[in-house]
Design a protein around this ligand. Structure first.
Ligand code: 16G
Ligand code: ZN
Length: 531
């Protein structure tokens, strides 16, 4: 009886008098954890309804606030193909969360009617969470939401975000993409990795040792599971595995501050290091050279390294495929120049947020997409995969080409195509560095980053800022962009833009220029305009 559902909701997962408007943003709902329990309950309801819309296909609900501080949490829904929640349903989710308790019942009824949901249909909700201490309470609220509408559920407990994407997708395609368990996931990636690596673990300047900053999050736990299967093929030493999540460590700390995380064990200069974020869907590489200088290799680097490798492999396969790289305005200008002039690959720019990048990448045969912050992956179209497998079966293919095709197929197997995945990205980068015999220094030498910075500016109302052209041009407030352009013109290789954050109550200011002093000046001048 649905009456009891809503009585229950009012008693245990009440929204209370809270009238703050909450939005299903680029990463779902994300805010202070105290404010989120009723939202988690309502997302349990919504996920159950959404699963029924797809005749019982699995829908994921992930509890995480990714790289945010420990006090925050978040909840987002994963669609049947392992992708982010469809646009229209973001609005439905937003509306559902913003109705007061006494309108919950009618709002749910409205969704069911509008979307023509058969409430007798099967429903399956998969739940996963990060390691925050308040995540289990949020998970229980989701469970209560699912139970309230009599849906089935599987609670996978602590998982990386990309793992849950994988589990949802593999369940729905009945294992065609991999075995739908965490173990199946680890094996799929590690097997492909080992077969590509072969018996020779080191090559040229590439050493098979890496330091792994787990951001005190789920990435460090899961990396241990990978390590068990990786054996000696890659020696990965995990650190930052049980402190405060993202505190002075992790991919966001390293990228934002352009310095090494706390807790880094003693090591030789030039040792390869990585940092992932709290839910392990972002990764950056870094090292400190023999002069003690820190060097960062971010998402732009990873994208260019992967694109270069895949293009060469495709060429050797004797097939023709269109590869493209998708970036955001945050991509370093030097990386964009390198892509155009050296790699001669198509490059597109889209607004911040994985779904925008993913969507654009679908337009290519092979779409490589990365945010500068280390969030990204590669996607291969269905026809690309068909081309590759039919070429590998064809009599007209030479043995040499077949060997390249085999490598390409294994490379695809390492990649988590559903969403950016720190561990999968790392295994891919490790494979490429191994194949090229590259140290991080060699990789860094492919092009030189322009100095850059990102500033946060607190403003009264960030909603008055509106952008266009993939956030590179600010159209509101009136006249602001002209003033920014005027400042930018003063600096050699200068570039700057402002955009309202989608996850914090601030405006972000990005600046880059030929030298660091100019960058700081330009960023300060633009910040004053915004303030
Ligand atoms: C979200 C996005 C991330 C983006 C960030 C920008 C997803 C899953 N996550 O965390 O990709 O870089 O927002 O934050 O899309 P901002 O709008 O506060 O700058
Ligand atoms: Zn994340």
């Amino acid at each position: 009886d649905l009456r009891t559902v809503y009585a229950f909701a009012r008693e245990f997962h009440s929204k209370g008098p809270n009238i703050e408007k909450l939005l299903y943003g680029t990463a779902g709902f994300r805010t202070l954890h105290e404010k989120l329990e009723f939202i988690a309950f309502r997302m349990g309801l919504l996920a159950t309804i959404r699963s029924r819309k797809f005749g019982g296909q699995a829908i994921g609900v992930m509890i995480t606030a990714s790289h945010n501080p420990e006090c925050d949490n978040g909840v987002k829904i994963i669609d049947p193909k392992g992708e982010m929640l469809e646009r229209d349903w973001e609005t439905i989710a937003t509306d559902l969360v913003n109705v007061p308790d006494d309108r919950l019942e009618s709002e749910v009824a409205k969704i069911i009617a509008q979307e023509k949901i058969d409430m007798g249909a099967q429903s399956n909700v998969f739940i996963g969470m990060d390691t925050r201490y308040h995540s289990p309470a949020m998970g229980r609220a989701v469970v209560n939401g699912v139970r309230a509408l009599k849906g089935n559920l599987r609670d996978f407990g602590i998982l990386t975000t990309p793992m849950l994407h994988y589990l949802v997708y593999t369940h729905n395609v009945r294992g065609a993409y991999g075995f739908p368990t965490v173990d199946g996931y680890v094996s799929k990636l590690v097997n492909a990795f080992k077969r590509l690596r072969g018996d020779v673990y080191e090559n040229g300047n590439y050493k098979n040792f890496i330091l792994f900053d787990g951001a005190n999050g789920v990435g460090s736990l899961k990396m241990h599971e990978f390590n068990r299967q990786l054996g000696p093929s890659l020696e990965c030493q995990v650190f930052n595995s049980n402190g405060k999540i993202n505190h002075n460590c992790g991919a966001d700390f390293v990228k934002t501050n352009q310095r090494a995380p706390h807790g880094l064990p003693e090591h030789e200069p030039n040792t390869r290091c990585v940092s992932v974020d709290g839910d392990a869907d972002r990764i950056v590489y870094f090292f400190t050279d023999s002069d003690g200088v820190f060097h960062l290799l971010d998402g732009d680097r990873i994208a260019t390294l992967i694109a270069d490798y895949l293009m060469n492999l495709v060429k050797k396969c004797g097939i023709s495929l269109k590869l493209g790289i998708v970036q955001t305005a945050y991509a370093n200008g030097a990386s964009t120049d390198y892509i155009k002039q050296q790699l001669k690959v198509d490059v597109a720019c889209v607004p911040t947020g994985v779904k925008h990048l993913h969507h654009k990448a679908l337009e290519y045969d092979i779409g490589v997409y990365f945010e500068a912050n280390g969030h990204g992956t590669v996607i291969f179209s269905d026809s690309t995969k068909e081309k590759i497998s039919s070429a590998s079966r064809s009599n007209e293919t030479s043995n040499e080409q077949k060997e390249s095709l085999r490598k390409l197929l294994l490379t695809i197997d390492i990649i988590n195509e559903t969403v950016g995945d720190a561990i999968s990205d790392m295994l891919l980068v490790e494979t490429i560095l191994h194949a090229k015999g590259f140290s991080l220094k060699d990789w860094l030498a492919t092009y030189e980053d322009l100095p850059n910075t990102i500033k946060k500016v607190k403003v009264q109302d960030r909603n008055i800022f509106e952008t266009t052209d993939a956030e590179r041009v600010c159209v509101k407030p009136d006249g602001l962009q002209d003033k920014i352009d005027e400042l930018v013109r003063k600096y050699k290789r200068g570039r700057a833009f402002v955009r309202p954050s989608g996850t914090e109550d601030v405006v972000r200011v990005y600046a880059e220029a030929e030298n660091n002093d100019d960058v700081q000046l330009l960023a300060a001048e633009v910040s004053i305009l915004v303030y």
